[in-house]
Write a protein that binds this ligand. Structure first.
Ligand SMILES: Nc1nc2c(c(=O)[nH]1)N[C@H]1C(S)=C(S)[C@@H](COP(=O)(O)O)O[C@H]1N2
Ligand SMILES: [Mo]
Length: 312
């Protein structure tokens, strides 16, 4: 059964990192949604920091939940190319060079193209999207991303009618990354084309109002908020449209544990642990995990008629 949470997603206004705490306090005092509009309003654009073109616009798709403190978002990471301990990416990812950087978009498209990262940054207006991120390991965060819909990038290359899936390949540079065969590098992920085109699917280039830190997947990473965190591939170098379901790093590593869809689902346990609850980083008591990570109203329709226990 799907839980509807119509009050959850409301317009947010854009706020420099320094005044986040103040904004949250204001929202709590004056009662969420309407106050966000009153405080921000349509003019509340955020001048972009160096390294991002501006301005950055608030997105009505943001959750009003309290963002996880920035220090946790940038120091408790999964980025196995830089080590498997949660603290490793923040320690090691400084070695990643994010310029020059290109992203090739090819496969079943009319106009295959290799984009320079600085072209990508200007493809579409940047937005701030505050999303819940639910990791498969049963912890979660709330992250104020800066990015643009993946659909804006895909439209540039004219997907063909035969394209049904999208494969994402991330950087593998053994001169700065792990040489241990933890996963079959390069890390790959995949989405169905309709999932990739969904307005919630974001290409993130920043967080907390600033350029994306390397450990969070600089210079560009995927964010699919209704799926387990591992679908959100970091440091993407290639996006390929296909007519068959692509292999993914985690599905290859453990097909019984990590399905292709990986929609957040409290009713389908991981074979080694329950997915019914999660620990929000910074909180003591566990919360109930919501179907599709709380985004069921927006995305459940994509899976109409599917058995989500079999296609997990
Ligand atoms: N290239 C790459 N992308 C990756 C991973 C990884 O190991 N390598 N880990 C994934 C997992 S398991 C999670 S939970 C999220 C974590 O994103 P964050 O560190 O920005 O919170 O990144 C995902 N993207
Ligand atoms: Mo994860």
């Amino acid at each position: 059964m799907l839980i509807k949470r119509p009050d959850d997603i409301r317009p947010s206004e854009i706020t420099p990192p320094a005044v986040y705490a103040e904004r949250r306090r204001f929202l709590q005092l004056s009662g969420a949604g309407a106050a966000a509009l009153a405080l921000g309003g349509p003019g509340a654009l955020f001048a972009a920091p160096a390294g991002l073109p501006g301005p950055i616009a608030p997105s009505p798709l943001s959750t009003l939940e309290e963002p996880t403190p920035r220090k946790d978002v940038v120091s408790y990471n999964n980025y196995y190319e830089f080590g498997t301990d949660k603290r490793d990416p923040a320690r090691n990812a400084h070695a990643l060079k994010t310029r020059p950087w290109t992203v090739t978009v090819d496969g079943l498209v009319g106009k295959p193209r290799t984009f320079d990262i600085d072209e990508i940054l200007k493809l579409a207006p940047l937005e701030e999207r505050i999303y819940r991120l639910r990791c498969v390991e049963a912890w979660s965060m709330v992250v104020p991303w800066v990015g643009f819909p993946l659909a804006a990038l895909l439209k540039q290359v004219d997907p063909l009618g035969s394209a049904k899936y999208v494969e994402f390949t991330t950087l593998y540079d053994p001169s700065v990354m792990s040489r241990l065969p933890v996963l079959d590098w390069p890390y790959k992920e995949g989405l169905r084309l309709d999932e990739a085109m969904h307005p919630l699917t974001l290409m993130a280039v920043g967080l907390y109002g600033d350029v994306l830190p390397n450990q969070n997947g600089a210079p560009v990473r995927l964010v699919v908020p209704w799926k387990y965190g591992f679908k959100s591939a970091k440091s993407i170098v290639r996006i390929r449209l296909t007519d068959t379901q692509p292999n993914t790093a985690w599905n290859d590593a453990g097909p019984s544990e990590y399905g292709f869809y990986s929609n957040v689902n409290p009713d389908v346990d991981h074979p080694r642990w329950s997915q019914a609850k999660e620990r929000r980083i910074g909180e003591f008591l566990k919360r109930k995990t919501l179907p599709f990570n709380g985004y069921a109203d927006q995305v459940a329709g994509l899976y109409a008629g599917m058995d989500l226990r079999a296609q997990f």
